[in-house]
Design a protein around this ligand. Structure first.
Ligand SMILES: NC(=O)c1ccc[n+]([C@@H]2O[C@H](COP(=O)([O-])OP(=O)(O)OC[C@H]3O[C@@H](n4cnc5c(N)ncnc54)[C@H](OP(=O)(O)O)[C@@H]3O)[C@@H](O)[C@H]2O)c1
Length: 382
């Protein structure tokens, strides 16, 4: 394999740090060109000293001096602000951009990387939820491959290797999150600490709350629809508490292919970075005794209304999923700050979807204004 030069957007997050773990094990194949962070200057400095990228960006400009001083003795250029991220993802020294910032903030740099024809390893699902039609059209136009990092989408992508026929159905598995067996009235008043305790995955706060409300699966359904060009009617969500089957594809002859393994995000991250090659990795190996008890059941949309909100937003089309995503970001942030109860998250999203301006064929400016409008409406509801 030729050496790959990687830009990691959101290097200090859960995906970013695990990507650096993968890279540290394959230094002969991967080289870090760019690291970005928002507020965690201390970790960014440590990462830069270890991986010696050409550039680092601290998005929060107030922390620029701190990072710059700490790296002054190194051959590393230090920058501040999103404009720097947007420019550096296009740099000639970058081959693969790992889009692992959280939320809508990941959209703009991902679009810039696509416009420079980079390989996109996409963790930031909100990019496709908010602007799937625009992002996938640009990726085709600029010949920029989008490789999934989300474990379910990586599983589907792996199942599709060597297949050229039409897919009948995608089956996205869901752990069910920490409230899988909770009664609706208990979910309604769940605390921040309870919602942050995911049974199978250790992830950033926003995606963990999305998993607890199951909005995460709704966002993933939309992401899968854009990545694999499937109608939402042909994407089924199945609760699978063990998180061993990472997702499945059903073909037109009735055959199902699944990808299995221990839940470990380093697998899909590494696969996206090394694709089409597979590299060694010290993940926990699954034993057949574990496979003797795998459960699958339909999600309960009464207790988890976010799933239906996502299907409905995607079926309506236009900017509706962008509105839903913006409202969700505000509601999750408010829940994390103890400003609303858990059951208000889907309620705020549904009300924002009713009130925000619908645009049937949004361009990128419409997407930015829809996101801002959705945030304003959701904030006013809080
Ligand atoms: N974690 C997982 O296992 C997992 C699995 C599948 C998909 N994903 C997706 O991957 C993305 C990242 O998730 P995560 O769990 O890694 O999130 P996370 O742990 O919260 O990390 C987010 C990263 O983005 C940076 N960031 C946050 N807001 C920013 C902003 N406004 N401008 C610039 N940078 C910003 C953070 O910087 P600072 O820390 O420096 O502030 C951090 O580096 C999300 O879209 C998530 O849905 C995650």
């Amino acid at each position: 394999m030729e050496k790959r030069h990687i830009a990691i957007l959101g290097a200090t997050g859960s995906i970013g740090t695990q990507a650096l773990d993968v890279i540290s094990r394959h230094r002969d194949i991967f080289d870090v060109d760019l690291l970005t962070a928002n507020n965690n200057a201390d970790l960014l400095i440590r990462q830069a000293l270890e991986f010696k990228p050409n550039n680092v960006v601290i998005c929060n400009g107030a922390l620029y001096e701190k990072v710059n001083d700490a790296l002054s003795g190194e051959d590393i250029k230090v920058w501040a602000g999103m404009e720097s991220v947007n420019a550096l993802v296009q740099s000639g020294s970058v081959d693969v951009v790992l889009a692992s910032m959280v939320g809508f903030s990941g959209l703009e740099p991902t679009i810039n990387a696509i416009k420079a024809g980079k390989v996109i390893a996409l963790a930031n699902k909100e990019t496709l939820v908010a602007a799937g039609s625009i992002v996938t059209r640009l990726a085709r136009e600029y010949n920029s491959p989008i490789l999934p990092v989300d474990s379910e989408h990586s599983a589907i992508f792996q199942c599709l290797q060597g297949e050229h026929t039409r897919i009948e159905k995608l089956i996205l598995t869901a752990s069910g999150g920490p409230f899988r067996e909770w009664k609706a009235e208990d979910i309604a008043k769940a605390t921040r600490e309870q919602a942050l305790k995911h049974p199978n995955w250790d992830m950033g706060a926003k995606v963990t709350i999305d998993s607890a409300s199951m909005m995460n699966k709704g966002l993933e359904m939309i992401e899968a629809s854009w990545l694999f060009q499937m109608s939402p009617d042909d994407i089924e969500i199945v609760v699978h508490p063990q998180s061993i089957v990472h997702s499945m594809v059903q073909f037109t002859d009735g055959c199902l292919k699944a990808q299995l393994g221990a839940p470990d995000m380093r697998v899909p991250i590494q696969y996206a970075l090394s694709y089409p090659e597979r590299l060694s990795l010290d993940t926990r190996r699954i034993s057949f005794s574990e496979l003797a008890h795998l459960d699958f059941h339909a999600p309960d949309s009464n207790r988890f209304p976010a799933i239906e909100l996502a299907y409905s937003a995607h079926r309506i089309g236009g900017n509706m999923a962008c509105i839903m995503n913006g409202a969700n970001e505000v509601a999750v942030d408010a829940f994390l700050k103890d400003r609303i109860l858990f059951h208000r998250i889907p309620e705020i999203i549904a009300k924002t979807m009713e009130k925000a301006t619908f645009v049937a064929l949004p361009d990128i400016d419409d997407i930015y204004s829809s996101h801002n409008e959705a945030k304003e409406i959701a904030t006013s509801l809080i």
